[in-house]
Design a protein around this ligand. Structure first.
Ligand code: MN
Length: 261
């Protein structure tokens, strides 16, 4: 790289030739929170409590306290989140290298399949077919699974529980191994509440996306939205989690840059 490309980039954003797309859901107490079996520990949903709003608690100021689990709303999973990544270097939100927080994205459209089957599993063959059309997934890119799941505004349909548990799409074991071992991806992103499918406890190993992605020191993104506004290739995403000491993840604002020319 000879000339500094940053002024061109900033001009491109100002002129809307580069669009900034928000891939983030709004944090509200109503947004679905991951529900774990009752015998396990539970993650707090998002809560907001007013400190003052230009009133006798503080005439000039409006501000709030908030509380939530690390894995709330649109959020980032660090390698330390899973037992397979527990002993890796730079595995928590405070030590993830910042260079890894800016990376290209490949968007894999699974919408038609998920419309037919909420338990749809993205396979390695599906990814190979995607590559036939869009080119090889570059190393250190995000693979974002587009399902349009984020369009389910009703929390019950977003969670999609029945007596067997949750029914949401995700990758199968071969797909995850292909992405980690043969494509060296930066991470895997989903519009659903987990990177793994709702029924992924029945896969081997259970929750293969968590197991292999975090075991390789890479990352997860969940509860993404607006993936339908991204091209299959060519976008760049910014994924900086809060710098929580030894954090296993955090809510974050995920932004994508898209060249519109
Ligand atoms: Mn998570």
């Amino acid at each position: 790289m000879n000339a500094n490309p940053l002024p061109d980039m900033v001009r491109g954003i100002a002129e809307r030739k580069i669009r900034v797309i928000d891939l983030t859901q709004t944090l509200t107490p109503d947004f679905p929170q991951i529900e774990l079996p009752p015998e396990m520990g539970q993650c707090w949903p998002f809560r907001l409590e007013e400190v003052s709003r230009y009133d006798d608690r503080g005439l000039a100021a409006y501000w709030n306290n908030f509380s939530c689990g690390e894995h709330t709303g649109t959020h980032f999973d660090a390698p330390i989140h899973w037992v397979s990544g527990r002993n890796l270097p730079n595995n928590s939100t405070d030590t993830v290298p910042v260079e890894n927080m800016v990376a290209p994205a490949c968007v894999v459209d699974c919408v038609k399949h998920v419309e037919q089957n909420a338990d749809f599993l993205l396979s390695a063959d599906f990814l190979r077919n995607w590559e036939e059309e869009h080119g090889k997934i570059p190393p250190r890119s995000w693979v974002l699974m587009r399902t349009d799941w984020s369009k389910r505004a009703d929390p019950e349909s977003y969670q999609n529980f029945d007596e067997e548990g949750q029914h949401t799409p995700g990758p199968d074991t071969d797909a995850v191994r292909f992405l980690v071992e043969e494509r060296d991806v930066m991470g895997f992103g989903s519009e659903c509440i987990g990177t793994d499918a709702g029924q992924a406890m029945h896969l081997r190993p259970p929750y293969p996306c968590h197991y292999y992605i975090h075991g390789a020191g890479r990352y997860g993104l969940q509860c993404l939205t607006n993936l339908d506004l991204l091209p299959p290739t060519g976008s760049v995403v910014f994924t900086a989690p809060l710098k929580i000491k030894q954090g296993s993840g955090s809510p974050l604002r995920v932004l994508a840059l898209v060249w519109e020319g």
